[in-house]
Design a protein around this ligand. Structure first.
Ligand SMILES: Nc1ncnc2c1ncn2[C@@H]1O[C@H](COP(=O)(O)OP(=O)(O)OP(=O)(O)O)[C@@H](O)[C@H]1O
Length: 241
């Protein structure tokens, strides 16, 4: 479903992704781990079409997401409806006056009927257990509440792939558990899920495959979770990132 071939990316002179080769199939649950600054967020921006590789190429469903693709408003919109991105900082994602308006915005932009929009908004509020927040101002919510709302917004668009950058950061154990449960339910429902995280305790409960970056912005290893769990050295490495 997603293929990255010999991807390099640099912000000016600063290399952020070096020779990244990855194939991710539909329905996989992949966690990206690695030290601060190793390139996880940059990779996610690239997968979401927010930046173009300096060299190499990215394909989504065998279609190359290149400059011409990203210049096309139609293809760009299709990509954003197929791949939902939950940013590390929820504040950049929430801009409406109420949570209800926030959730309604995406499916309305897709041109769905009012009945379909209301159904999706209702289902997503319920799935994330945030019905009680519907009339609140997003800006005034707690960090954990904002994260749930940001995830709900992405889900209203019903994307095939859901990409979450540090979904557990700064959250209580209760919120981390709730988000893990939601992600597992989405995975069981057939979604492809990619997360970046430093929290191996959460990752090992939910991911099937772990891709680990090193400080040189390359892939250090890319292994099934079960293989990693059999290697005490690798478990220690991931616990101490
Ligand atoms: N907008 C930017 N301009 C210049 N350099 C950047 C920019 N964003 C990221 N970088 C650099 O690119 C490299 C990769 O950063 P990135 O944010 O992708 O890492 P990360 O693995 O997501 O880190 P973290 O775990 O801290 O979130 C770092 O060296 C970082 O300083």
């Amino acid at each position: 479903m997603l293929k990255l071939n010999q991807i390099h990316y640099a912000y000016g002179q600063t290399a952020s992704l070096v020779d990244i080769n990855l194939t991710i199939d539909a329905g996989e649950f992949v966690a990206f781990m690695g030290p601060n600054g190793s390139g996880k967020s940059t990779l996610f921006k690239l997968i979401n079409g927010l930046i173009e590789p300096t060299s190499g190429y990215f394909e989504f469903k065998t279609q190359r997401v290149d400059h011409a693709f990203l210049k096309s408003a139609t293809l760009n919109t299709q990509l954003h409806q197929s791949i939902g991105f939950v940013f590390q900082n929820s504040d950049v994602q929430l801009f409406n006056e109420t949570v209800l308006a926030e959730l309604t915005f995406g499916p309305q932009q897709m041109g769905l009927s009012n009945t379909e929009v209301q159904q999706r908004v209702h289902d997503c509020l319920q799935l994330l257990h945030i019905e009680h927040l519907a009339d609140r101002v997003p800006y005034q919510l707690s960090g954990g509440e904002k994260k749930l709302v940001a995830i709900a917004c992405v889900l209203t668009m019903n994307p095939e792939v859901i990409v979450l950058d540090e979904p557990f950061n700064g959250l209580s154990t209760a919120y981390q558990t709730l988000i893990s449960q939601v992600l597992l339910a989405l995975h069981q429902a057939g979604k492809t899920i990619l997360i970046a995280s430093h929290q191996f305790e959460q990752v090992k409960q939910i991911a099937q495959r772990v891709v680990v970056f090193n400080e040189h912005h390359q892939i250090d290893f890319d292994l099934p979770l079960q293989t990693i769990l059999k290697s005490p050295a690798k478990v220690t490495q991931l616990q101490t990132l």
